[in-house]
Write a protein that binds this ligand. Structure first.
Ligand code: ACK
Length: 298
């Protein structure tokens, strides 16, 4: 949908990237008042505009899902393209996780409560399963590219590196460009091949970010050694402190060396749902036992 420039108000800059700026703003809605939105604006250079135009096309193709940031419209203004998106009021997931860190924690380890971690995982997996079902590859999945909306609903965002693979099963990158190294699957690092399975690898790293409340992946590993460690020595991150075995197994499965042996996003939705219902069941059993005096909590 095209939105007229005079139906858009922009207030303050909330982010800046290679492509341009993100601003908080409002758009005019017929008969009602103004609605809060996020506006992505391309820089005047050609690559910025192409990247943003690609993002708009992919978002329009993907369509509407609760766990994917929604494109509301676009606007051409002077030399710039404006991309109007639903506003996610709690910012990106990484900052949101960091805010939950307890600064008084005695040890310096931070961990996400298991139930919450699975809830985050489920929402992202649902969004990604939807994106995948529309034959798109995200190409840059990480906690900083997931936004937190009203009611703490997670939304996959930032389709700047996304690709449409409608006619092919994979995308082979031809141009040099920014590679989110620590989130990238070995086959994408080696052969520049991107598939659903390479997004699943990134999802595994995102699970690790959730488990550690926004930790930086591969702590203590020099970035120049990571390529060799991942591609030749099958190195994987260890189970984070206080992370449940079930959640760790989920990430390790996403990091299978063979892309075909990794779960699909639709499998991950089922697995996280099952893990959550098992946790709920054991919580209920525990509460029943406490009520009947079978378990002493102190
Ligand atoms: O943590 P943040 O405020 O959330 O910082 C980044 C920044 O812009 C660069 O991407 C914010 N941002 C991007 N898209 C949106 C959106 N749809 N709603 C709210 N904030 C957004 C993001």
């Amino acid at each position: 949908m095209r939105i007229a420039r005079n139906h858009i108000r922009m207030h303050r800059t909330i982010g800046e990237g290679y492509f341009g700026l993100v601003m908080e703003g409002e758009i005019y809605k017929k008969q009602t008042s103004w609605t809060r939105v996020a506006v992505k604006i391309s820089k005047s250079h050609v690559e910025g505009s192409i990247s943003l135009a690609n993002e708009a096309v992919i978002m329009a193709k993907i369509g509407i899902h609760e766990n994917v940031v929604r494109l509301l419209g676009v606007c051409h203004h002077k030399d710039s393209l404006l991309l109007i998106m639903e506003y996610a009021e709690h910012g990106n997931l990484r900052s949101h996780l960091l805010l939950q860190r307890n600064t008084n924690a005695e040890e310096c380890t931070h961990s996400c409560p298991t139930q919450k971690a699975f809830l985050h995982a489920l929402q992202v997996a649902k969004g990604m399963a939807y994106i995948t079902s529309h034959k798109c590859i995200h190409g840059d999945l990480s906690a900083r590219n997931v936004l937190v909306g009203a009611g703490n609903v997670l939304k996959v965002s930032d389709f700047g590196l996304a690709k449409d693979i409608h006619y092919y099963e994979f995308y082979k990158r031809k141009t040099p460009g920014i590679v989110p190294f620590k989130w990238t699957a070995p086959e994408s690092l080696i052969d520049k091949i991107y598939t659903e399975a390479s997004d699943v690898w990134s999802f595994g790293v995102l699970l690790w970010e959730i488990a550690t409340l926004g930790g930086l992946p591969y702590p203590g590993v020099p970035i120049e050694e990571l390529y060799e460690l991942l591609t030749k020595r099958n190195y994987r991150m260890k189970q984070p402190p206080n992370c449940s075995k079930k959640l760790y197994n989920l990430m390790v499965n996403c990091w299978n060396e063979l892309p075909n042996n990794r779960p699909r996003f639709s499998d991950l939705v089922g697995q996280t749902q099952q893990a959550m219902s098992e946790l709920e069941k054991s919580d209920t059993l525990m509460q029943d036992a406490q009520r009947s005096g079978e378990v002493v909590t102190e």
